[in-house]
Design a protein. Sequence first.
Length: 170
Amino acid sequence: MKISWMRRIFGVMLAGVIGGLAGCTATKIMSDHPLIDTGSQTSSAKVYFIRPLTERAMGFPDNPLNIEFDNHQLLALAKGEYSLVHMKPRETTTMTLKSLTTVGPDWRVKEMVKSQKWSFTAGATYYIVLKPVDGEFRGVYFTAEAVDWFTAKESVRQLRAVDAARRAPI
């Protein structure tokens, strides 16, 4: 009789923990970034950052991916999530992707850094897919690719929308 009550209590506690974790996200947007438009969203560019799931576990690269613009961190995006950021229009800005990986035969931990130039126009919507590239012993690094709405829509079918993307999903 005691065992069944203990199992019920354990089941209720486990359901509570799982339910509590379901609302958690590892994605974090730095709201004080100078390129985030906090005013009129009609004059801003809507930028969706999409980080697909991978076929297998990749170790360090599974951690949140740090995304910087002009040497200031904009967000840390978790695997399997996508987010929306309203950004101020810019002719040219540099996006830098930073992540940890293991390299070489001795599996040393190394920071991978890849940068690209981007331009954002007021009123436009951008979909940026962040893909891992496995360089085997050279480590895993990430690339950013602009895609169209249809490709973005297909990419996020199994992903979780976070932050502003919850209110305006793709």
